[in-house]
Design a protein around this ligand. Structure first.
Ligand code: NDP
Ligand code: 8X3
Length: 253
């Protein structure tokens, strides 16, 4: 086996673009998501195109039992994970706090926070004995600043920010790198999911701007994970030219 990257949420957007980037560079991949057909398609596409090995590992990161069963059950050759990209996540709804939907809140917290915790906890026993490994946590500009109607999604990404820092501190003694990425608006399936299939609302998010692409984010993940062994990017914020941070976007410039 070559180097191994484990990417959650690889069926779309950032995760899929990261899979392509690492495969292009000859890495073997463990790819996760809930949509099995997409994982299988990705596996055969990357294996054929780049002659790498791809293990499709479908599970819902919210499901504690499934996370631990799948990761603890990894065949020996797949256990030597060099990089974990904790990318699976979503926003559901964009509305006032007092009008929020409890099920949406639970799903965001269970996926973006608890899912990330479960996967990381399950993968760490494969990294710690080797005193080597790199965890990438996908936060957001929403994890740096709260914006109107962002409430619980922002809170979930602030939690990723806090956990990233906590992991960086607590994993120092194991020589494991930890990096949080904070992208701004990027056109993937994210807004379509957030607005529950409402294509007009989803498109509006990118009105007048040239948003980041999934490939832009994958490029940054690749950069962070291929620096010399003694260098660790702790946090990296990236936005498109039209966006300064989680709040300021100029759609006329
Ligand atoms: P996409 O909707 O395109 O991709 C999200 C991915 O997460 C899919 O592969 C989806 O797979 C997976 N996923 C969602 N829920 C689960 C689950 N419960 N278990 C396993 N996998 C899951 O969005 P992006 O690529 O844009 O988003 C990726 C990450 O980046 C998210 O954490 C998001 O919050 C964050 N982000 C996005 C930004 C943006 O503007 N696009 C900006 C900043 C951060 P499946 O449905 O098959 O399970
Ligand atoms: C996604 C970016 O600005 O919609 O995390 O919160 S934003």
């Amino acid at each position: 086996m070559g180097k191994i990257v484990f990417i959650t949420g690889a069926t779309s957007g950032f995760g899929k673009a990261c899979a392509e980037k690492f495969a292009f560079n000859g890495w073997d991949l463990i790819v996760n998501g809930r949509r099995i057909d997409r994982l299988e398609e990705l596996k055969s596409e990357l294996e054929n195109k780049y002659k790498v090995s791809v293990l499709s590992l479908p599970f819902d990161v919210q499901d504690e039992k499934a996370v631990f069963e799948n990761i603890e059950g990894l065949p020996g050759t797949w256990q030597h994970i060099d990089v974990l990209v904790n990318n699976a996540g979503l926003a559901l709804g964009r509305g006032y706090f007092d009008e929020g939907d409890l099920q949406d809140w639970n799903t965001m917290i269970d996926t973006n926070v608890k899912g990330l915790l479960y996967v990381t906890k399950a993968v760490l026993p494969y990294m710690i004995p080797h005193k080597k490994g790199h965890i990438i946590n996908m936060s957001s500009v929403a994890g740096k600043q709260v914006y109107e109607k962002g409430n619980v999604y922002c809170a979930s990404k602030f939690a990723v920010d806090a956990l990233n820092h906590a992991m960086r501190i607590d994993l120092l003694r194991h020589r494991i790198k930890v990096t949080a990425i904070y992208p701004g608006a990027a056109e993937t399936e994210f807004s379509l999911v957030r607005f529950k299939g409402d294509e007009i609302s989803a498109k509006k998010i990118y009105d007048g701007i040239t948003p980041l692409t999934a490939e832009d984010v994958a490029e940054v993940v690749w950069y962070c994970t291929t620096l010399p062994p003694h260098v660790c990017i702790n946090e990296l914020v990236l936005t498109c030219l039209h966006q300064a941070d989680g709040i300021y976007i100029n759609r006329t410039a």
